[in-house]
Design a protein around this ligand. Sequence first.
Ligand SMILES: Nc1ncnc2c1ncn2[C@@H]1O[C@H](COP(=O)(O)OP(=O)(O)O)[C@@H](O)[C@H]1O
Ligand SMILES: O=P(O)(O)OC[C@H](O)CO
Length: 505
Amino acid sequence: MADFVGALDQGTTSSRFMIFDHGGNEIARHQLEHEQILPQAGWVEHNPTEIWERTRSVIESTLNRANLSHGDLAAFGITNQRETTVVWNRRTGRPYYNAIVWQDTRTDRIASALERDGRGETIRHRAGLPPATYFSGGKIQWILENVDGVREAAENGDAVFGNIDTWVLWNLTGGTDGGVHVTDPTNASRTMLMDLETLAWDDQLLSFFGIPRAMLPEIKPSSAPDAYGTTRANGPLGGEVPLTGILGDQQAATVGQVCFSPGEAKNTYGTGNFLLLNTGEELVRSKAGMLTTVCYKFGDAAPVYALEGSIAVTGSAVQWLRDQLGIISGAAQSEALARQVDDNGGVYFVPAFSGLFAPYWRSDARGAIVGLSRFNTNAHLARATLESICYQSRDVVEAMREDSGVSLDVLKVDGGVTANELCMQLQADILGVPVSRPVVAETTALGAAYAAGLAVGFWNTTDELRQNWNEDKRWHPTWNDDQRQQGYAGWKKAVERTYGWVEVD
Ligand SMILES: Nc1ncnc2c1ncn2[C@@H]1O[C@H](COP(=O)(O)OP(=O)(O)O)[C@@H](O)[C@H]1O
Ligand SMILES: O=P(O)(O)OC[C@H](O)CO
């Protein structure tokens, strides 16, 4: 068997390809950003063709850097930004419209209409999700209703839908020349269209959005030999490699953090934050604003479920300080700026740029900076931004405890923001629980590599994967209970100020 496994991580801001060895060590990587298209307030799009071109480039350059070829890869895994929606013509390979990104709020009226006429309860129960702009169903409906010719083409099977996993897979397996149109249950569980118990598309849910079944990819397990075909010789790998793993990026990070037992959780800090708690084969229906989602389905084994707390804006609030306000020149500088002050100086920043996701689900909320006095400086705003990442995470930890009864004794973290040592210290202080970061911080790509490698016997058991996990650093709480309670009370008050800022009915 070949010595390595490759994994593509197609994320919200960039695409990266990574190669791992049997010990889960990184051998090589390359990463490229793509354009964030913001046509109007609340709209966020990506160009699917650009994403495919970036994907090709990072695969080619990673192989070149490592001086490896397709024959060195035992398997290939895909992980991706979830919910982001592409509709394309299977005969021409051309997208009908830009990809509508998970953060996009243009479907707020579609979501609130579902809530008004009672269909929301059916969606909650069957799909495990509250009707919200976040998920793919409303985005597909929007394209069907607003882009000329798509509905007809969808009904005759020419216009097809995919999340980014499916779009990339279809292109890797030949595109118009026999491309495979498949997804996995972790991605399908983010559409509002799949029944969580049967792991099949649900006709009643499809009817809520007017989506023809012919558009949808086949749902195959997240890890299985022969599930998704092989890469093509004329593609970026220059030869055939078995495509054997697909996981949505947050589920992939859960696998990369080896959270294989019920009660184990991880929190990923990227563009947004996503806390997932493995609930095993039990499908826990949230009462506290968490999502119920498929964590993974490996081969013929029963699916494993998770409770998820999704936060729309965390690392992207730091990007906002850099790009829109210009008060820092790079994300890492947020730490030095925030360290200039000892506390937030009374300032709270609620970055509800896309409304509020878990546990609030308020699409009528918008961002607010509150508690300002003339004393405050950019440093207080930087500190309040880092605190907002940690307070939002505390909100979902509280909701998770309410739903599952699980109290974390340590929080496993990963993602770009975890490079910020002050933010991680604040997280331990605000939660009152130690925070632990692994040596391999690229848990998302690693998780996709694990899913692909397990399918071909590169790794044999999840216990074997546990051996690969090692702690890099741990932060312990330093605040006393009073500080923690007062800080959190201020945050909750600030969150309430953001409600009802826009009309969505
Ligand atoms: N040192 C840092 N401090 C704060 N935020 C950071 C730091 N480094 C990166 N980030 C943030 O992390 C995010 C990128 O993390 P990454 O895990 O690559 O995200 P994604 O997978 O969502 O694209 C960006 O939003 C960036 O602002
Ligand atoms: O690409 P990321 O890391 O920002 O993750 C995006 C999530 O999958 C959205 O649900």
